[in-house]
Write a protein that binds this ligand. Structure first.
Ligand code: ACO
Length: 318
């Protein structure tokens, strides 16, 4: 297939918020959050903009690859919403980096990285781009209702960037949508138009937690079996299952269905919470930095998100 990952970078806010910090102003506890989600802390923007975080992630990825911004042929941003609805986050990052290549955002919620990888593969295969910079970035703290304990404890802010080039590492990729605007939604409102009859104000992220949970566990197992039958592989041949970091219990439930050992399911949700499409590239970066990833390791990446979107890929490291 068409591409390989050559570098990664991250941009994380300075301010860490523990479960106890949350319990100081909402009716929750460290014990509830840990046992129901696996989350111990998350990082939240105070002084940083989303463009700051995304530019930091992109710059680190470019420098680690030994490249210059002018070597990038395409910037794809993955976000619910950048610092502006327009220009896009990727345009803001491109301006800071000084690139002159096309830049646009896509929004597939938490599945955004897999969707971006699929789009990047298309550009690379058609030889419209050689090096693609994918920047996932999310300021979940501006989308959640900090008075709603059932959602605000789950999320965090951050960014992760990935550079891909032509290569043979991507063995399989699949994206899908099961349309549903009720299970997980974030209304943007209708502004102050005097003509609108169904006026809505900007809302907060709302979700039907248990339905999302069931969707996530089911789709994770289905995505894996689709990938395995397409490649003629078994789960035993996968070295790491790099899954969206939304809830440790979701990952544990998928692991129980797959019947593979715990050490094949890396996690960093305990430190970051759910950062939407940032989760998978950030986890990959940390595995890379800690020398966990060896050349030739076979990785199964899989995510789900609002939409409801889902996606997975099998990629060989190195
Ligand atoms: N602290 C203390 N108690 C709480 C909290 C909290 N933070 N949140 C909810 N509770 C209470 C509820 O009020 C309820 O109390 P009650 O029994 O008196 O009514 C009780 O805990 C149980 O609530 P449930 O909603 O049944 O808890 P559940 O075990 O389902 O866990 C959770 C909730 C963590 C949200 C779970 O359903 C989940 O993880 N769902 C998936 C969420 C997810 O993955 N979202 C991804 C978003 S992806 C994207 O695109 C943004």
């Amino acid at each position: 297939m068409s591409l390989r990952i050559v570098s990664l970078g991250k941009g994380i806010p300075a301010h860490r918020v523990s479960n106890d910090d949350l319990a100081a102003f909402i009716d929750t506890s460290d014990e509830w959050i840990r046992t129901r989600t696996g989350i111990e802390s998350r990082y939240v923007c105070r002084d940083e903009s989303l463009t700051d975080l995304a530019t930091a992630a992109a710059t680190e990825a470019i420098e680690r690859a030994g490249l210059a911004p002018s070597d990038i042929d395409l910037v794809i941003g993955s976000t619910f919403e950048g610092d502006y609805l327009t220009p896009s986050l990727s345009c803001c990052v491109a301006e800071r980096l000084g690139t002159q290549c096309p830049a646009f955002d896509l929004n597939a919620a938490c599945t955004g990285f897999i969707f971006a990888l699929e789009v990047a593969a298309g550009f690379v295969e058609r030889q419209k781009a050689k090096r693609v910079l994918i920047v996932c970035a999310e300021m979940m703290s501006k989308h959640i209702d900090w008075h709603d304990r059932s959602t605000c404890v789950l999320f965090g802010d951050g960014s992760a960037a990935v550079i891909v080039e032509p290569g043979e590492a991507l063995k399989y990729i699949s994206i899908s949508t099961s349309p549903n605007s009720e299970m997980l939604s974030l209304p943007v409102g209708t502004g102050n138009s005097p003509f609108v009859h169904h006026g809505k104000t900007k809302g907060f992220l709302a979700m039907e937690g248990q339905k999302v949970f069931k969707f996530a566990v089911n789709v994770g197992a289905v995505e894996l079996s689709k990938a395995m039958s397409a490649l003629g592989m078994t789960p035993e041949e996968i070295d790491y299952f790099v899954l969206h970091q939304a809830n440790k219990r979701i990952i544990d439930s998928i692991r129980a269905k797959v019947g593979q050992p715990e050490e094949k399911f890396p996690m960093n949700i305990q430190r970051y919470g759910n950062i939407s499409s940032v989760a998978i590239p950030l986890l990959l970066l940390e595995m890379w930095e800690s020398d966990k990833l060896k050349s030739g390791d076979v990785l199964f990446l899989s995510a789900f998100g609002a939409g409801m979107t889902a996606g997975s890929c099998v990629i060989v490291w190195g």
